[in-house]
Write a protein that binds this ligand. Structure first.
Ligand code: NAP
Length: 485
C-alpha cells in the first residue's frame, strides 16, 4: 500500500477536507506508485492562506538573521538525506540519479545562500541634498506569497522561491506540480523539523485548475511566483492583474545553440548533446535548435549523430543511463506529436523519432533522442516548445543569418554560442534576445547564485535567484530623516 502524504497547514500535517488523494507515479516504471497526495480543494487552500496571513506579522517581526537560521538548519537536514532524496526524485520525475542528486544539492545551496541573505545588507543609505537629512531605504515583506511550481525541477524551483520569500519576512503557501510533489514535500518537512513557526510555510497539493486557481484567487495573497507553461502563466497573470499584486511568471523556451565555423567540432557536438538531451530535454533551458554555420554543417552533424547514437535511454536509477523517461504519457504524446508534425512539414528525420518498447521499456514513457535536419523558421518544430529530447538543425550562411534565426522566435529564455572568435562572441552577447546567455557552454546548466530568467514570451516580472531575488519578495520604502529642527 502506497504511503499517504499530507498537506502542511498552520504547523500541522493534515488531510484534505474531501479526504481524496491522487497518485504520484514513477514514469520509468508505472507499476510503482511513489505515494498518494492530497487532492485539495478551495477550502484547504483557504485555510492555508488564512494561516499564512495570521502568522505573517510575527514572522516579519523576527530579525532577518534569525529567519535565516531556519534555512541553515533545514539545509543541514536535507544534506544528511541527500542520497535518499535524490533517489526519490528520480523515481517521481524520471531524471537520472546523478542529475537528481545534483538538484537536491542545488536546493541545499539555495537554502544556505538565502539563509545568509538574512544577515546581509538589505537596504542602502544615499546622501541627501539637504543639510542634516539622513536618507535610506528599507525593505518590507509583501505579506502572503503564493508559489506555484512545475515538475521538471521539483526540488530546486520550490527552494529558489521559498527561501527568498521566507527570509524576507513573508509567509508562504506553495502548491507544487501534481506530477512530482514529493521533492517539495521533503523541503517543507525539513523546514518544519528545523522549527519554523506554525503558519509561516504551508504546503497544499492538488490540481492546478482547482487548488492552484483557488490559491492565486485568494484575497490574502500579495504576490504570485509561478514557473510553468506559457498557457497557464499568461492566464494566471491576467487573472491577478486587476488586483495589482506582484506577479512573476517563468515559462517556456525555444533555446538556440549557434555553432560557428571556427568551433572545435567535437566540443560543439558534446555541448549540443548535453543541452538537447540530458534530463530528457525537459529543462526550460534545454537546447531545441542547433543553428550551424554551413561551412562545418556536415562534419558536425556526423559527430552529433555518432555521440547521440551512444546515449543510453532507461530507468535513471540504473548506472550508465544518460536519458530517463518522459515525465508522463501526456508529455510523451506531445513529443511524438511534434515529431509527426515535423515530418509532415518536411523536416528530415536523422535519428530517433520513436517510443522505445520491449522489456522494461514497456513499463515507462521512454523515447529515443531525436534529431531533425532541414528545419526552416516557418516549421512548428522551429518555433514551439516541445519539452522533450527533440533537436532541430538549421543551417546558417554566416554569423548574421545565425543571429537572425536565433532571435526569430517569440521566446527568449537561454541561448548559447560555440566559437573562439572574440568579435562574434561579444556581438552575440550584445544582440542575442535571451535572459541567460552562455558561450562555449550548453544552454542549460545555470548556477544558484546568479540571477535567472528570460525575456520576450519566456518570462514576465522580476528575476529569480541570486542577489536580485529579494527584489521580488520585498517592497522598498524610502526614509528622509532630518535630525535637527
Ligand atoms: P504547467 O502545466 O503550466 O504547470 C505548472 C504549475 O501550474 C503546476 O503546479 C500546475 O499544477 C499549476 N497549474 C496548472 N493550471 C493552473 C491554473 N489554472 N491555475 C493555477 N495553477 C495551475 O507546467 P509544467 O508542465 O508543470 O512545466 C513545464 C513547463 O514549465 C514548460 O513550459 C517549461 O519550459 C516551464 N519551465 C520554465 C522554467 C523557467 O524558469 N522559465 C523552469 C522550469 C520549467 P498541476 O501540476 O496540478 O497541473
Amino acid at each position: 500500500m502506497a504511503e499517504v502524504f499530507q498537506n502542511y497547514i498552520n504547523g500541522k500535517w493534515v488531510e484534505s477536507k474531501s479526504g481524496k488523494t491522487f497518485p504520484n507515479i514513477n514514469p520509468a516504471d508505472t507499476r510503482e506508485t511513489i505515494g498518494l497526495f492530497q487532492a485539495s480543494g478551495a477550502e484547504d487552500v483557504q485555510e492555508a492562506c488564512e494561516a499564512a496571513a495570521q502568522a505573517q506579522p510575527g514572522w516579519a517581526a523576527r530579525p532577518a538573521p534569525l529567519r535565516g537560521e531556519f534555512l541553515f538548519k533545514a539545509a543541514e537536514l536535507l544534506e544528511s538525506r541527500l542520497e535518499r532524496l535524490g533517489e526519490e526524485m528520480t523515481r517521481e520525475e524520471g531524471k537520472t540519479l546523478p542529475e537528481a542528486k545534483g538538484e537536491v544539492k542545488r536546493a541545499i545551496n539555495i537554502l544556505r545562500y538565502f539563509g545568509g541573505e538574512g544577515a546581509r545588507a538589505f537596504s542602502y543609505q544615499i546622501p541627501s541634498e539637504r543639510e542634516n537629512v539622513f536618507c535610506y531605504t528599507l525593505r518590507k515583506p509583501l505579506g502572503v506569497i503564493a508559489l506555484i511550481t512545475p515538475w521538471n525541477f521539483p526540488s530546486a524551483i520550490p527552494a529558489w522561491k521559498m527561501a527568498p520569500a521566507l527570509v524576507a519576512g513573508n509567509t508562504v503557501v506553495i502548491k507544487p506540480a501534481s506530477l512530482a510533489p514529493l521533492s517539495a514535500y521533503r523541503i517543507v518537512e525539513a523546514l518544519e523539523q528545523a522549527g519554523l513557526p506554525a503558519g509561516v510555510l504551508n504546503y497544499v497539493t492538488g490540481s492546478g485548475g482547482v487548488a492552484g486557481n483557488a490559491l492565486v484567487e485568494h484575497s490574502a495573497v500579495r504576490a504570485v511566483s509561478f514557473t510553468g507553461s506559457c498557457a497557464v502563466g499568461n492566464q494566471l497573470y491576467q487573472k491577478v492583474a486587476p488586483r495589482k499584486i506582484r506577479v512573476q511568471t517563468e515559462m517556456g523556451g525555444k533555446n538556440p545553440t549557434i555553432v560557428l565555423k571556427d568551433a572545435d567540432l567535437n566540443y560543439a557536438a558534446d555541448i549540443l548533446v548535453n543541452g538537447a538531451f540530458f534530463s530528457t530535454g525537459q529543462k526550460c533551458t534545454a537546447c531545441s535548435r542547433a543553428i550551424i554555420d554551413k561551412a562545418i554543417y556536415r562534419p558536425l552533424v556526423e559527430k552529433l549523430l555518432e555521440k547521440t547514437g551512444k546515449l543510453k535511454v532507461g530507468n535513471g536509477l540504473e548506472a550508465g543511463i544518460h536519458i530517463g523517461p518522459a515525465v508522463d504519457s501526456a508529455q510523451l504524446e506531445t513529443d511524438l506529436k511534434y515529431i509527426e508534425i515535423a515530418r509532415k512539414e518536411g523536416a528530415k528525420l536523422l535519428c530517433g523519432g520513436k517510443r522505445l518498447t520491449g522489456g522494461n521499456y514497456d513499463h515507462g514513457y521512454f523515447i529515443e533522442p531525436t534529431i531533425f535536419e532541414g528545419v526552416i523558421p516557418a516549421m512548428r518544430i522551429a518555433r514551439e516548445e516541445v519539452f522533450g529530447p527533440v533537436l532541430a538543425l538549421m543551417v546558417a550562411e554566416d554569423f548574421e543569418e545565425a543571429m537572425r534565426l536565433a532571435n526569430g522566435v517569440s521566446f527568449g529564455l537561454s541561448a548559447s554560442l560555440v566559437s573562439k572568435d572574440l568579435t562574434h562572441v561579444h556581438q552575440f552577447i550584445n544582440r542575442i534576445e535571451a535572459g541567460l546567455i552562455t558561450v562555449n557552454l550548453p544552454t542549460a546548466g545555470v548556477e544558484y547564485q546568479l540571477p535567472f530568467g528570460g525575456t520576450k514570451e519566456s518570462s514576465f516580472g522580476m528575476r529569480e535567484q541570486g542577489p536580485v531575488a529579494l527584489d521580488f519578495y520585498t517592497e522598498t520604502r524610502t526614509v528622509y530623516l532630518k535630525y535637527t529642527q
